[in-house]
Write a protein that binds this ligand. Structure first.
Ligand code: GFB
Length: 317
């Protein structure tokens, strides 16, 4: 399926980390007929509002990048919001896409949908084969429901709705609020503040031992558009780089990039979360896509973005 430059594309969640990267990419590729609404203009949890919006705009393509997201602490402390908000957004957007004849929909999930102790690397077929990681099971259950909605609407109504599972993301537009953020922006901000204040130490949560894979959000946008063009099936597709590093190694990279010269200390009272979360990327590689942005370069570019934008950032005063 080839998207036309004139096709109307609705990107839900266009101000978030993922949505803003997708918008940058669509614009760079010459797509101009973009339909966008802030969460204030359109609350995707409200069924009637979403119905009215779709009936009026009738988008041809939908990219579902809107979600209630956060790092390990936010996931663990706001279970109702992570479950309810995500379920409602997915159900409303997917159902309205069906009712209004959307040609294709891409729903974005997360690799936390896989069982906590699944074999690594995580293959798509491991979905629903074991218990979830408790710190993010609420979010994971909602994202699994999103996958199942895409599959159910394809099976019952023939809708071309696909679902992709990106690994841990980072990049420009991330959330740098220490209570809500993921590890990469959190560490960037902690090292940055510690450097400015000439502090001797920076505290990293947990043991430093968990392994995570980090994908630059511009690579995700590239993969998302690639799947919209080339993938039309009901099985989920992982999006990742195929390599992981420990949180301690990540901390050391971020410390070098920021230029903090003090020590790193670990706070064992904070959760480690899942021990490892590396995705198997053979499916998307087999389709002809692979990540391009090197981690160190991506961290340096994201820190540069942070320096240039920190006064306007979410969670940074
Ligand atoms: O990125 P993160 O919050 O999420 O944490 P998850 C990854 C690892 O980094 C955990 C450690 O082991 C954290 O304990 N970490 C160290 C820190 N220092 C910090 C810090 O200052 N802030 C944060 N946030 N972490 C999330 C899920 O899991 O990943 C979501 O909760 C989603 O559902 C997302 O799947 C991609 O990788 O553990």
């Amino acid at each position: 399926m080839t998207m036309d430059r004139q096709d109307k594309i609705y990107v839900a969640g266009h101000r978030g980390l993922v949505g803003s990267a997708i918008i940058r990419r669509l614009k760079a590729d010459g797509y101009e007929n973009l339909v966008l609404r802030t969460s204030k203009e359109l609350d995707l949890r409200e069924q009637q509002a979403v119905r009215d919006f779709f009936a009026e705009e009738k988008p041809h393509y939908v990219i579902l990048a809107a979600a209630k997201v956060g790092g390990i602490l936010a996931n663990d402390t706001l279970p109702a919001e992570f479950l309810y908000d995500n379920l409602m957004m997915e159900a409303n957007v997917i159902h309205s896409s069906y009712r209004n004849g959307v040609k294709k929909l891409l729903a974005l999930g997360s690799t936390c949908i896989y069982p906590k102790l699944a074999a690594q690397p995580l293959k798509e077929e491991y979905l629903l084969t074991g218990p979830l990681e408790p710190t993010n099971e609420w979010y994971a259950v909602a994202k699994i429901a999103g996958i199942k909605l895409c599959q159910a609407y394809r099976r019952q109504y023939g809708c071309n709705f696909i679902a992709a599972m990106p690994t841990n993301l980072y990049g420009p537009g991330d959330n740098f609020d220490l209570g809500a953020s993921h590890v990469m922006p959190a560490l960037m901000r902690k090292f940055h503040d510690a450097k400015l204040e000439s502090r001797a130490t920076v505290t990293v949560w947990g043991s430093g031992k968990p392994l995570r894979e980090f994908l630059h959000v511009d690579d995700l946008a590239d993969a998302g558009l690639f799947l919209l063009e080339h993938y039309n099936d009901d099985d989920i597709v992982n999006i990742g780089v195929g390599e992981d590093i420990s949180i301690a190694e990540l901390a050391s990279i971020v410390r070098d990039v920021v230029g903090f010269e003090g020590e790193i200390v670990y706070d064992a009272s904070k959760p480690d979360g899942t021990p490892r979360k590396l995705v198997d990327v053979s499916k998307i590689s087999g389709l002809g896509w692979r990540a391009k942005i090197d981690l160190r370069e991506g961290v340096a570019q994201t820190y540069q973005w942070f320096l240039e934008n920190q006064t306007d950032l979410r969670g940074v005063c």
